[in-house]
Design a protein around this ligand. Structure first.
Ligand code: BGC
Length: 743
């Protein structure tokens, strides 16, 4: 029906209107003052009222709806909920929770009049220095894909379209508008595309955003292979593809490649397309894209008559954000049951700038204009803890003077981090006497355009090490405990200082309710059930991807378009590690992590029993079950992770790969639950470049069930008596052979 209507509309459009439809309506100089239906949204499509075609409004992003909080001449406010960053959300490993977060984001988008939410973002955590890792879900494609699918289902349950981004292999911010990602077909298929494929097959997102970077020499946004062959023909994607903002170097190639919508749309693109109609731009390609755009616009809530109330239920969504923040918190260390804080540990001395100025999320399009952020200290006080006022006063004064000192940077770049306060030794010692527990918060901020640095970012600053040292020594000297809270967007170095403290809690950047969520975990109101979604290495150099990040100069002039690329900047990054990303590398090459993928402590303990699976793989999938019992003394939830080890065959493979996971309900002490996990055909398959096919070798497969990639508790095996093979169309060729490392 809407198909006929869309075709009817297409037939009535002039060529100029078609061109104007495939280009967004532009972005004003002042992003936040953009004057469309929803001020502060990132872009929109053309409205054609005479044809009854409304505009569609596109707003960021992965941590909540990014719109302007205030409007000229209007007394009302339009705050949106800042949810925990994506890394924190996926650490919950809880697809139902993620669906409820998605639903809350979708409801906000709907009630503020946004039709396309520009999230979730789901690039792989390839290297901890990537500036936007906080927006992304995991180093593992299965977890990324399932987490993204859950968010998409939630968002789209409201009628708002989700946009998975950035498609694909966009794992670096340095030189982001031109960077050429050189990557093998196997690594692409197994690591960088697989999560997108899962999200599309499980949740049918309304849109995909193509990435800025090039892949093997060609812009992702201009690649027919990527956008038509793989995305639509192989995977059956039916939504629209939009570019990332100001990407690529040819509007014509983007349209021809099946990149339906060019965002945010520029005059230059309109001119280029209008000049090339019937020449390098075939009318069929334009019509195909216009039709898809019209169909997607007619399906929006606004086109279907929804009236945005502009009053979403913010208190209800804040409660969702708080729960997600607590469930995504990972407890990494807890010597002698330091946590939860007992009734005797109520007097807290809170050190570290971010105890008082908590970072709710990263910067750039992944940021949200929220009404407030609950600081750690506010959260602790609300939970009834007694926070030292003298230490607080020192920090507040220090932060005030740092704010005056730190030069303003543009809104989309991370501001310089305030220097840690060097407290007097006598004050620290006095507080060790007066308080029960020290909390030290370490914070990090990153965002678009820039990657993180090694010194003073991945590695702690000297002032931070000094703070940990002095506070730990003073508190330990009088028998008191020290808890470190990491208010970070992604991985930092921990191995060199972790033994000096008693507990390490990672709530990440937990959104606007972070202070409450952290207090929930510290007090034991929530038993931590978050697990790492990305390996924490002992040293940065222990990661294979450290060797080539953020790339090298190409030796050629690279035209970066709207942002100049200074000479000498990296223009090519070669993924020499192939599929050996994160735990796949560490496990295959015998490198020990500081904290393994999937790791996280609980205030209770679980036992794994009676694992079972059929003896042979038959049909399309088999079910593996395991009984989990809470054998500790506190109610809690366990994340059961299924890792598969394949028999020796033609391809080298990591020892184990995550092929399934599930989370128990909250189990009280003594309670059991049978967790059922599915292993499907694709879980057995790897990508064989020589055949251009997904293949599974026959033989014995071992299923390990455990609570991290290095902590496997139960094992079952099954046989595959014949090979599987699934050929795909050749796509995304490498220009030159690529030497990848092999275990
Ligand atoms: C980001 C996208 C975002 C877009 C619109 C770009 O800079 O890469 O993730 O959706 O801006 O704000």
């Amino acid at each position: 029906m809407s198909d006929d209507r869309a075709r009817g509309l297409l037939a009535r459009l002039t060529v100029q209107q078609k061109v104007a439809l495939v280009c967004g309506t532009g972005m004003s100089r002042d992003f936040l003052g953009w004057g469309g239906r929803v001020p502060g949204a990132a872009g929109a499509t053309l409205e054609l009222p005479e044809l009854g075609l409304p505009e569609s409004v596109h707003a960021d992003g992965p941590a909540g709806v990014r719109i302007a909080p205030t409007r000229d001449g209007d007394d009302r406010t339009f705050y949106a909920t800042a949810f925990p960053v994506a890394t924190a959300l996926s650490c919950s490993w809880d697809v139902e929770l993620l669906e409820s977060v998605g639903r809350a984001m979708g409801e906000e988008a709907l009630e503020y009049g946004v039709d396309f939410l520009l999230g979730p973002a789901m690039n792989i955590h390839r290297n901890p220095l990537t500036g936007r890792n906080f927006e992304y879900l995991s180093e593992d494609p299965l977890l990324s894909g399932r987490a993204a699918a859950a968010l998409v289902r939630g968002i789209q349950s409201t009628g708002v379209a989700a946009t998975i981004k950035h498609f694909a292999a966009n794992n670096t911010e340095t030189s982001r508008f031109v960077l050429d990602t050189v990557v093998s077909a196997r690594a692409l298929r197994e690591i960088y595309l697989r999560g997108f494929e899962i999200a599309i097959s499980e949740a049918s997102p309304g849109a995909v955003m193509s990435a800025y970077n090039r892949i093997n020499g060609q812009y992702a946004s201009q690649s027919v292979d990527l956008l038509e062959t793989i995305l639509r023909e192989d995977w059956g994607f039916e939504g629209i593809v939009m570019t990332d903002w100001f990407s690529g170097d040819s509007a014509v190639e983007q349209v021809v490649a099946g990149n339906d919508l060019l965002m945010p749309g520029t005059q230059g693109q309109l001119d280029e397309l209008n000049g090339e109609i019937g020449r390098s731009l075939p009318m069929e390609a334009l019509d195909r894209n216009v039709l898809r755009i019209i169909e997607s616009v007619l399906a929006t809530p606004f086109a279907r008559g929804h009236n945005a109330s502009e009053a979403p239920d913010l208190p209800a969504h804040a409660a969702v954000a708080r729960r997600a923040g607590a469930e995504g918190t990972v407890l990494l260390a807890n010597r002698d049951a330091t946590l939860p804080l007992s009734p005797d540990d109520q007097r807290i001395a809170a050190f570290g700038n971010t105890s008082y100025d908590l970072i709710s999320g990263g910067t750039g399009s992944g940021d949200v204009n929220e009404a407030y952020t609950v600081s750690l200290v506010e959260g602790l006080r609300a939970a009834g803890l007694d926070v030292d006022a003298e230490v607080e006063a020192r920090y507040l004064a220090h932060l005030e003077s740092e704010r005056e000192r730190i030069p303003e940077r543009p809104w989309f770049l991370p501001q310089e981090r305030p220097v840690e306060l060097g407290l007097d030794q006598s004050l620290i010692e006095a507080k060790a006497d007066e308080s029960d527990t020290a909390l030290i918060t370490i914070g990090r901020l990153s965002g678009e355009f820039e990657d993180r640095k090694l010194d003073d970012d991945f590695l702690l600053a000297d002032t931070e090490v000094d703070l940990i040292d002095r506070v730990s020594r003073a508190f330990h000297a009088v028998g008191k405990k020290v808890v470190v809270v990491l208010n970070i967007g992604n991985v930092i170095e921990m191995a060199s200082w972790r033994d000096r403290v008693d507990a390490i809690v990672v709530p990440w950047q937990g959104g606007q309710e972070a202070g409450h969520a952290i207090a929930d975990v510290l007090t034991g109101k929530t038993n931590p059930s978050g697990r790492l979604v990305t390996t924490i290495p002992i040293r940065y150099e222990d990661l294979a991807a450290a060797r080539n990040f953020p790339g090298v100069e190409s030796g050629e002039e690279v035209d970066q378009g709207w942002v100049p690329l200074p000479k000498g900047r990296p223009a090519v990054i070669t993924y020499e590690e192939g599929i050996y990303v994160g735990y796949r590398y560490m496990d295959a090459f015998g490198v020990d992590p500081a904290y393994a993928f999937g790791f996280g402590l609980s205030y209770t303990t679980f036992e794994y029993r009676n694992a079972s699976s059929p003896d042979a793989f038959a049909g399309d999938e088999i079910e593996v079950t395991v009984e989990i019992e809470n054998v500790g003394e506190t109610a809690g939830r366990e994340v059961v992770q299924l890792y598969l080890a394949a028999p020796d065959g033609t391809l080298d493979k990591p020892p184990v790969e995550l092929r399934g996971f599930g989370k128990t309900a909250e189990l009280v002490p003594g309670q059991k639950e049978i967790v059922r996990l599915i292993v499907d055909r694709r879980s057995l398959m790897s990508f064989d470049e020589s055949k251009n096919a997904w293949v599974a070798d026959p033989g014995t497969y071992t299923v390990h069930l455990g609570s991290s990639s290095r902590d496997l508790h139960a094992m079952v095996t099954f046989e595959l008596d014949h090979p599987f093979e699934m050929t795909v169309r050749p796509a995304l060729p490498l220009r030159q052979p690529l030497e990848e490392i092999r275990p």
